[in-house]
Design a protein around this ligand. Sequence first.
Ligand SMILES: *Cc1c(COP(=O)(O)O)cnc(C)c1O
Length: 390
Amino acid sequence: MSDDYKLETLAVRAGIERSQFGEHSEALYLTSSFVFKSAAQAAARFGNQEPGNIYSRFTNPTVTVFEQRLAAMEGAEVCIATSSGMAAILSCVMGLLKSGDHILCSGSVFGATIQLLGNIMKRFGVDTTFVSGTDVAKWQAAVTPKTRMFYVETPSNPLTEVYDIAALKEVARKAGALLVVDNCFCSPALQQPLALGADVVIHSATKYLDGQGRVLGGAVLGKREVVYEGVLGFLRTAGPTLSAFNAWIILKGLETLNLRVQAQSAAALELARWLEEQPGVERVYYPGLPSHPQHALAMRQQKSGGGIVSFDVKGGREGAWRVVDNTRLLSITANLGDTKTTITHPASTTHGRITSEARAAAGIGEGLLRVAVGLEAIEDIKADLARGMR
Ligand SMILES: *Cc1c(COP(=O)(O)O)cnc(C)c1O
């Protein structure tokens, strides 16, 4: 599809390949394997002399539509879909690194990412150093001769720290390392990390891309030589592939991504401003607020602040749990990017399994709450939060 089309157009049109029936909506190909016309054709497909589908662990037409659409929206050469966001991170690390390699990872990342890189990969000889803070000089100082990957979430979960992608790319390039950016919080509707210099983009499609809290999925995007030559072999062999059904759900989600994220981001800004004025709130973390330490950088890299607002309430864990337990509308759940607003207490849930020292280093206090703004009326969301803060 033409590169000249805008994101909104690509979101509903990119990747479509109609079958002989001429269906308008994308077809769902629920099949584990594909049949061949002859033994010779089977051999040609397996031998890579003829393009085409073989088995859904390798390729599936519905998954391919999702991959092409997301690639177009991120401005990526290629995309490969995975069964979850964590499967995308695992495939990226397993496909691109080997024993003895070293990762620099931002200290404030998704809890399972800390576990995967800090504990599990360590057993296979891949060491990770977590760099605290967004200061690029700290990353430079932490580089070792073995550093092969920089891994960053921007804005980060849950503190919405913003990292300078272009500046990190410079440091990574000089170190001979790839810059991997988890673009979950912004989605391509608000930020396109590849255009800013990232080598690889990671998605948890479970979040904004599906956008309605239905299925798990993930994706790895970037240049053909990195993603296809590096990551694809691991994915096809090890098997954390996206199912055709989930691909179909998520690709329909992509069609409304821009509308949803714009609305959620506007509502989140209003909520963040309101929270700043509440006496029960100590601090608000939201990149769209002028009080955010990296507000200027965020506004350069992102179209707007995004849909996630975190804030510290007075009274530590007790105060935070009181706010959570007094909600009647908001969903007490760890998911984000849903049309339904969700509220999470990171210290006891998403970041509950990491050590309290690691939590403190990441700045995740006992009074911290994370709200992922959905599509309800903002007045109703405010009223629901106000109850527990009184
Ligand atoms: C949820 C999330 C992940 C993991 O994705 P799953 O689909 O749950 O495996 C990774 N990174 C970020 C920022 C997330 O929010």
